[in-house]
Write a new protein. Structure first.
Length: 280
């Protein structure tokens, strides 16, 4: 699906949840001396202009990062997240939003390798110009579903993977499940983060249950619902993050932060969150 451009959605409420979880996982991985590999299967462009015509078309960032930008009462994990966005905006104004590769590059240690897959030619070209050639960064113009096989298991047997396709392509939900099944067979102890949209599709509703069946060693499921679909059933009501082999600290962190996020990012009465976990 090469029509999708994340620039339309950069910095929205779904990005807030996704990147909050990503930062928590990478901070945890940094806590041990042993190196680890981070793989992003759908890396995007690495960064996005919030002043450009794509982001301005619907202004989705106004209901996401913009609601947090000037807050002085951010819980510590969200303060860390917003600080990284500020690091990406050295001029002080909210003009750019970092993609997952940028967040990873900002917080990972210099000796830990990143492997970034992006199939869209324009997105890949931007990503390559931004991070290509940097030490321990491998930018690949390839399908991340297929490419993940080549990265597992990492030599150090420590690794984290982010899988966040657009779900607009044919069969993305099924490919997420198949890719994870193969990945866990190759590298059962890896930390796998899966983002999914909360939309009125049967596949979206079934995905968490299908992922639970793949994760006998433990999982965490977090969902943030801030809006509701329109009269025709279209629209992004929220999103979820499903983490296989999550850090033991992640549940308590999200339990403290998600109620606060609901109160700040909720667009409708009845905004809510879900947080569920099966311990290893």
């Amino acid at each position: 699906m090469l029509a999708y451009r994340h620039a339309f959605h950069a910095g929205n409420h779904a990005d807030v949840l996704k990147h909050l979880v990503l930062l928590q996982v990478l901070r945890y991985m940094n806590g041990k001396d042993k190196p680890y590999r981070f793989v992003d299967t759908h890396a995007g462009a690495g960064g996005y202009s919030l002043q450009g015509r794509y982001a301005q078309k619907k202004g989705e960032y106004l209901e996401g990062i913009a609601r947090l930008w000037e807050r002085t009462d951010l819980p510590e994990p969200l303060a860390d997240y917003v600080a990284r966005v500020r690091e990406f905006n050295p001029g002080g104004a909210l003009e750019q939003y970092p993609g997952s590769p940028a967040f990873a590059r900002m917080v990972m240690r210099s000796g830990d390798p990143l492997c970034l897959f992006e199939l869209h030619p324009t997105e890949h070209r931007i990503l390559e110009s931004y991070l290509g050639g940097q030490r321990n960064v491998d930018v690949r113009h390839a399908d991340g579903f297929d490419g993940l096989k080549s990265q597992l298991p990492p030599p150090t047997r420590r690794g984290a993977v982010l899988i966040d396709p657009s779900y607009e392509g044919h069969g993305d939900y099924a490919r997420v499940v198949a890719t994870l099944r193969d990945a866990l067979a190759r590298f059962a102890e890896g930390v796998y983060m899966v983002w999914y949209p909360q939309v009125q599709k049967v596949e979206a509703a079934e995905l968490p249950r299908r992922l639970e069946a793949l994760a006998p060693k433990g999982w965490l499921h977090a969902r943030l619902t801030v809006a509701r679909a329109d009269a025709k059933g279209f629209g992004l009501a929220g999103s979820g993050m499903f983490v296989i082999n999550p850090p033991y600290t992640l549940h308590d962190t999200l339990a403290a932060v998600l109620p606060w996020l609901v109160s700040v990012l909720g667009q409708v009465e009845g905004a809510n969150f879900l947080l569920d976990q099966k311990a290893a």
